[in-house]
Write a protein that binds this ligand. Structure first.
Ligand SMILES: [Zn+2]
Length: 222
């Protein structure tokens, strides 16, 4: 019998080293497999940002290249967040199920939340221009120092006819940003078509700052 190859063996612990090598080899194999089989264009959490680096929209992490992103997707943090997201989607589906049975749409039965609003966030809005395409765009930075734990700001683009605050003017659209317990704020912007191609509409949550950046499909801002 060859005792040298048993784990915990007195003869230099060769078995233990062998186990570690196997783990590393396994990680390497999984990574290779992922690179060959994962289609990043179908990953809803994979995003190329305006800096040319990559982000995981689920974990809000930054990655220098696709490889680093793929390694991240197999890590514990990403897997935990995926499981959490699944559980949340399931709970949401269960909550809305009775509403569907009554024949009412979700928008007719808003979830009432008892939240004391604490005022509007500070913000900065700037005009930007993509040096490569020449497109003009806008960048909004909102500050939410007292945002609720585990709340991420969210945005919506509304047409002039969806909003109820003022008389509709088709020359404008609205960017609405919500983050509890802050009041929602709306920015009135030109109704130019927004560039929705991948990676061009960009949001980034780096608490307490929420950044939204996008470009219009025009080369002039009126
Ligand atoms: Zn992730």
């Amino acid at each position: 019998m060859d005792y040298q190859n048993r784990a915990g063996s007195r003869f230099g612990g060769g078995g233990v080293a062998g186990y570690q090598e196997t783990n590393a080899a396994r990680r390497e194999r999984l990574k290779k497999l992922a690179l060959e089989t994962i289609d990043l264009s179908k990953d809803p959490y994979f995003m190329k940002n305006h800096l040319g680096t990559y982000e995981c929209r689920l974990c809000l992490t930054m990655h220098a290249n696709e490889n680093s992103y793929l390694t991240h997707t197999q890590g514990k943090a990403h897997q935990t967040n995926l499981a959490r997201r699944d559980a949340m989607e399931n709970r949401k589906a269960q909550r809305t199920a009775p509403v569907v049975q009554t024949g009412l749409s979700q928008s007719q039965v808003p979830l009432r939340k008892n939240i004391m609003k604490i005022g509007r966030p500070g913000y900065k809005a700037s005009k930007i221009r993509d040096p490569e395409t020449g497109q003009f765009g806008l960048r909004f930075q909102l500050k939410y120092p007292d945002i609720q734990l585990n709340v991420r700001p969210r945005y919506r683009i509304m047409s002039a006819y969806e909003q109820r605050v003022e008389a509709p003017d088709r020359k404008f659209q609205y960017l609405v940003v919500a983050a509890e317990p802050y009041e929602s704020v709306a920015f009135k912007i030109n109704a130019h078509e927004i560039d929705r191609s991948p990676g061009r509409f960009w949001t980034y949550w780096d608490a307490p700052t929420y950044t939204i950046q996008f470009f219009f499909n025009v080369d002039k801002l009126s």
